[in-house]
Design a protein around this ligand. Structure first.
Ligand SMILES: Nc1ncnc2c1ncn2[C@@H]1O[C@H](COP(=O)(O)OP(=O)(O)OP(=O)(O)O)[C@@H](O)[C@H]1O
Length: 636
């Protein structure tokens, strides 16, 4: 016996599988059938492309077999797919944990029901069988190799791996059920019911094999003669799934339930999808796509090693499910399939990326998906659910996908100074509400909606009844907004970096005020030194004494710095422009103040309080408090 130790995370995972995740045990059948189907997909592809396998598998047809034995308390799931050799067994279900295993363990919430939904999403499906099993034997032979191997484990610290014999290639998974699970899962009706629920549209037939007691049918004469009907045990074999590629069926024939069930079978998600998009294209290029948008964003959506959700087929032959470029990355939450009639079967990753047919499918698919999302946006309630899950990736699309930028901008939704709490506006609706004179879309970016809404920078906009978008997802908005350009010719303007609206002051008046405050402006700049880039008199404030802004160059710099921070680099904040309100009591009095230490304290307070009210950090909170105390003492 060759004993192997499970890698730590796998051990941890198995412990969880056997002790915590028991609310939705039936999914182990879905996971094993899905693995079997993947293995058949792989062999189907190889026999069509690999010269060494072509002849041997010329008449081969993929199938999955399930059998159960009540007396033995066991269930067996087998496939005639690609199979695994000893190295594959160790790598896939053994000592080496895949990247998904660790993230799965980290993502667990402790809520068994939610957690069991995560199983498939992290590529740890196989281990779910330990929720119901005392012991598992995986007997597998890889296509093209001579030796078969038997992997056995009871789901504790180790597994055995030994060579064995097996006639044909493929995998047999023998599951010795726990006593308390045997009556549930070693059952014809239960298995049929689970397969129908999760695996009905797996493209290969799934047969259920079982033994049944049959009673002989007696003729009338035999009955009269008092003959007793003989009983015998017969072997039965029944196909228990549809075994069709659902996406090839006519749209008109398919029901919502069938679309939903298929989604569940390919996504490992047990909730119905938010949207299904089925498209058949004929003509110069021929292909079928079936896309889904999940109700809840996939767990790995923000991980660099996210699993792509779209599988590529060529004429019903599975090609790949690990190609991240089938759709642009901002649409990585989309699940589904692309089936092309025109691509060659042996299409490699490199060819795929440069292939004109694929580029055309990708382009049209993106347009289709975006237009279906637009249709969804007509239903405000449903669209709010979509936005709650996917606004961030959509925003990424604005800078990733220049061709579709306008279509994506139409789909975005923002909080604003004119929307009710909890509601958002489209850019179109913003434009419709605006004054006919207004030709720009104003926005402010920060981390906190409440702080942004009370920013002094909004004062002049409120006064002029100009709506300002409140962008409170700073991490992404600060990067995206400078690339947005314009929406239907209305330029986007950051209110911290643009001129305030409608200045009701002529040049002469402006000069006069500037002259009057010239010396105090210089003194403040002198006191604040490098903490500010510039100090100036402003017309944008009515209630607050001061605010901080940046110029257009700084705004671009801020975007770059935010990107660097997002990549984990420490970045210093750049010095802001301090704008002071000449109509405010503090500024007026400061202008006539002769006491140097008071000027210094007030200068810092003007800067720090402006920063605080705009949601920024101040570097020296102790000094701020001390200055405040000194000024308060003087005022009393
Ligand atoms: N019946 C099988 N035939 C061949 N290989 C298999 C079979 N079952 C499992 N494997 C191998 O074991 C690996 C691990 O399976 P597991 O179900 O844990 O995750 P996965 O299938 O990779 O991910 P997911 O469950 O998200 O599809 C598979 O990727 C595959 O390489």
């Amino acid at each position: 016996m060759a004993k192997h130790q499970f890698q730590t995370e796998v051990g941890q995972l198995l412990h969880l599988m056997t002790h915590s995740l028991y609310s939705n045990k039936e999914i182990f059948i879905r996971e094993l059938v899905s693995n079997a189907s993947d293995a058949i997909d792989k062999l189907n592809y190889l026999r069509l492309t690999d010269e060494n396998l072509k002849d041997a598998y010329a008449t081969w047809k993929g199938e999955v077999n399930i059998s159960f034995d009540e007396a033995d308390k066991s269930l067996t799931i087998s496939d005639n797919g690609i199979g695994m050799n000893d190295e594959d067994l160790i790598a896939s279900i053994g000592t080496i944990a895949k990247s998904g295993t660790k993230s799965f363990v980290e993502a667990l919430t402790g809520d068994a029901k939610k957690d069991s939904n995560l199983i498939g999403q992290f590529g740890v499906g196989f281990y779910s069988v330990f929720m119901v099993a005392d012991n598992i034997d995986v007997i597998s032979k890889k296509a093209g190799s001579e030796t078969a191997y038997k992997w056995s484990s009871n789901g504790t610290g180790e597994f055995d791996l030994v060579p064995c014999t097996k006639e044909s290639s493929g995998t047999v998974i023998y599951i010795k059920l726990k006593d308390e699970e045997a009556s549930e899962f070693a059952s014809k009706y239960r298995i049929k019911n689970i397969v129908e629920k999760y695996s009905n549209h797996i493209a290969y037939p799934i047969f259920l094999n079982y033994k049944e007691e049959v009673t002989e049918t007696l003729s009338e004469d035999d009955k009269k003669a008092g003959k007793e009907a003989a009983k015998s045990i017969e072997d039965k074999r029944e196909k228990i799934n549809e075994a069709t590629a659902l996406w090839m069926q006519a749209k008109a024939k398919l029901k919502e339930q069938e679309y939903n069930d298929f989604y569940k079978s390919i996504s490992h998600d047990s909730t119905d999808p938010m949207l299904s998009i089925h498209t058949k294209v004929e003509g110069v290029s021929e292909y079928t796509t079936l896309f889904y948008i999940p109700k809840t964003a996939p767990m790995d959506m923000y991980r660099a090693d996210f699993q792509p959700g779209v599988k590529l087929y060529v004429k019903r032959v599975f090609i790949t499910d690990s190609e991240k470029e089938l759709l642009p990355t901002y649409l990585r939450f989309v699940r589904g399939i692309i089936d092309s009639e025109d691509l060659p079967l042996n299409v490699s990753r490199e060819i795929l990326q440069e292939n004109r047919v694929m580029a055309n499918i990708k382009q049209s698919s993106v347009k289709k998906i975006l237009s279906e999302i637009k249709k969804l946006s007509k239903d405000e309630e449903k669209y709010a659910e979509f936005i709650a899950q996917y606004i961030r990736p959509l925003k990424e699309g604005v800078y990733q996908d220049y061709t579709n930028k306008d279509a994506i901008l139409e789909l975005l939704r923002y909080k604003s100074t004119k929307t009710e709490a909890g509601k958002m506006t489209s850019l179109e609706a913003y434009k419709d509400r605006a004054d006919s004179e207004q030709k720009a879309i104003y926005y402010i970016v920060g981390e906190n909606e409440k702080v942004l809404k009370s920013s002094p920078l909004l004062e002049s906009y409120k006064k002029n009844e100009i709506e300002v978008l409140i962008l409170d997802d700073k991490e992404i908005d600060e990067i995206i907004t400078p690339t947005m350009g314009a929406f239907k010719e209305w330029e986007f303007k950051d209110i911290t970096a643009c001129e305030p609206p409608k200045v009701e002051q002529n040049e002469e008046e402006k000069k006069e005020v500037e002259e009057k405050f010239k010396s105090i402006v210089e003194k403040i700049k002198d006191k604040l030194g490098d903490a500010v880039k510039e100090v100036k008199i402003t017309t944008r404030l009515s209630e607050s004494p001061s605010c901080v802004t940046k110029d257009a160059g700084d705004a671009q710099m801020a975007q770059m710095m935010q990107m660097m921070r997002a990549m984990g680099q420490e970045m210093p904040a750049s010095a802001p422009i301090l704008e002071i309100n000449p109509d405010h009591e503090i500024v007026k009095k400061l202008n006539g103040c002769a006491d140097d230490s008071t000027i210094e304290d007030v200068s810092w307070i003007l800067l720090d309080q402006a920063k605080l009210s705009e949601g920024m950090d101040i570097t020296d909170t102790v000094a701020f408090a001390q200055r405040l105390s000194r000024i308060t003492a003087k005022a009393l």
